[in-house]
Ligand binder design. Structure first.
Ligand code: PLP
Ligand code: COI
Length: 356
């Protein structure tokens, strides 16, 4: 094997949670993957250890200037007991795109995927079984060099932690309510919107708090310049069905290029649907809504899977979509994507990767 990571097993295995009623991201498994980086040695010393707090110098760059990135993917167990990942090569590629934007050293993509497989192998008994559940995999990199000047750090840690999860949106496949944000912005072209880094999420919290106070679960972000074009959702990409067109915002430099988004576009093409990546303005959505043409809206993401949206609030006007029920395309995309991921349907797109 090209990569052989030493494993130290925990002496105190934790109780695994029931699959039923699992929330997102509250329980961590027994082990974690850690690897170090220095400018002298590059990425080295990849290893698996018992899950535990880590110790860092208070001057570590990540605490002061936020030089960090993260990824998200999932492991699934099929009815036959096969453990598999969904398109992990895409996460490896996106890691390097994010790293490049944040001046974090690149990582060999095969090393990334092998590290993910290695930690999943050790904690595979934590993969939950219920509908909508999976083992969420959170790789991340932090700048650990103790230094208070502003420049790229010379030392980093790459870690992977695992969490058995249920659906990201508490109500699962029941439609959620989204608040169209027209004051705060998430990202602009030239910023870090298309990178997967913590700063994007820290900057989104204020708007999300306000939306929660108003009874809305997530934000639908508009572009930062015109406050007019749909960008994406707080933790997912956005899809609309307008008339007979399935449409999502084009990748414009400020939107995260979601792997689920990419998969839905490919599936729609495969099924012969009219699918477009283009600019969508909030005015167009309102017009389509008034004309009865806004048939569906759904969120797509690793955590969110495919989640229908039943209501949008924009400048005090409510748009109730598809009677607040899941629409046929959202249902079909959920069934197909989650079906492929969990092996319930044949992987006709060649997307799953076994964890041997
Ligand atoms: N957009 C944002 C802001 C996200 O946090 C996520 C989640 O990862 C996505 C989109 C969807 O990306 P993916 O489908 O790769 O999980
Ligand atoms: C994911 O879907 O993997 C994400 O990273 C969403 C996360 C921000 C909860």
């Amino acid at each position: 094997m090209k990569y052989d990571f030493p494993v130290t097993l925990t002496k105190n295995p934790k109780q695994k949670p029931e699959s039923k009623g699992l929330r997102f991201g509250t329980v961590m498994t027994d082990h974690m993957f850690i690897m170090d980086y220095t400018d002298e040695k590059g990425w080295h010393n990849g290893r698996i250890e018992p899950y535990a707090p880590i110790s860092l110098d208070p001057a570590a760059v990540v605490f002061h200037y936020g030089q960090e990135m993260f990824e998200g993917l999932k492991a699934y167990e099929t009815a036959e007991g096969r453990v598999q990942l969904f398109r992990p090569d895409m996460n490896a590629k996106r890691t390097n795109n994010t790293n490049d934007r944040l001046c974090i050293p690149p990582m060999d993509e095969e090393l990334f995927v092998e590290a993910v497989k290695a930690i999943v192998r050790v904690d595979k008994d934590w993969i939950p079984k219920g509908e909508g559940t999976a083992l969420y995999i959170r790789p991340f990199i932090i700048a650990t060099e103790p230094f208070l000047g502003v420049r790229r750090a010379t030392e980093y840690k790459f870690m992977i932690i695992l969490s058995p999860v249920g659906p990201y949106f508490v109500n699962g496949l029941a439609p959620t309510k989204m608040y169209v944000e027209d004051e705060y912005v998430r990202a602009v072209k030239g910023g870090t919107g298309e990178a997967k880094c913590g700063g994007n999420y820290a900057a989104s919290l204020k708007a999300q708090e306000i939306a929660h106070e108003k009874g809305y679960e997530q934000i639908l972000w508009l572009d930062g310049i015109h406050r007019k074009y749909i960008e994406e959702i707080g933790a997912a990409n956005a899809f609309f069905v307008i008339g007979d067109e399935v449409v999502t915002s084009e990748l414009n430099g400020s939107i995260l290029p979601g792997i689920t988004r990419n998969s839905i576009i490919a599936l729609c093409k495969h099924k012969g649907y009219k699918v477009s990546e283009r600019k969508i303005s909030i005015d167009e959505l309102e017009e389509a809504y008034r004309a009865g043409q806004l048939k569906e809206m759904f969120a797509s993401g690793t955590a969110a899977i495919v989640s229908p949206v039943g209501e949008l609030l924009y400048k005090g006007e409510k748009m109730v979509i598809n009677n607040n029920e899941i629409g046929p395309i959202a249902q079909e995309m959920y069934d197909t994507i989650y079906g492929i991921q969990t092996g319930k349907i044949e992987d006709f797109m060649g997307w799953t990767v076994p964890v041997e």
